[in-house]
Ligand binder design. Structure first.
Ligand SMILES: [Zn+2]
Length: 103
């Protein structure tokens, strides 16, 4: 097996939300692990001043595959996020009712 000498371990990217430039350092171990397990390296960078956290998913070749921005949840925001599981609960409820009705 040929070893790759020029391993990409420094990644530069910008935040899709606030445009801030970020430099991410990846260790050889992280890249090796991601490559051999077909896993993605997750890096979270807090842009607290801008109210969000930038999360990067990087593959074993050092390529940024996904970028997500998470809003920093405050208590009132948490309340606003509750409807999602509630909607799912309703869906399950309906599925349950439907399966009972079809008997
Ligand atoms: Zn940002």
């Amino acid at each position: 097996m040929v070893s790759i000498q020029a391993q990409k371990s420094i990644i530069q990217t910008n935040c899709p939300l606030c445009g801030e430039k970020e430099t991410i350092f990846l260790s050889k171990d992280e890249l090796d692990y991601a490559r051999s397990n077909h896993a993605l390296i997750t890096k979270a960078i807090s842009h607290t001043n801008n109210g969000h956290v930038l999360t990067l998913y990087i593959d074993g070749e050092g390529i940024v595959r996904r970028k997500y921005c998470f809003e920093i949840a405050e208590k009132k925001d948490l309340n606003r996020n509750i409807p999602l599981p509630t909607k799912l609960d309703l869906v399950f409820d309906q599925m349950l009712k439907d399966s009972l009705n079809s008997r």
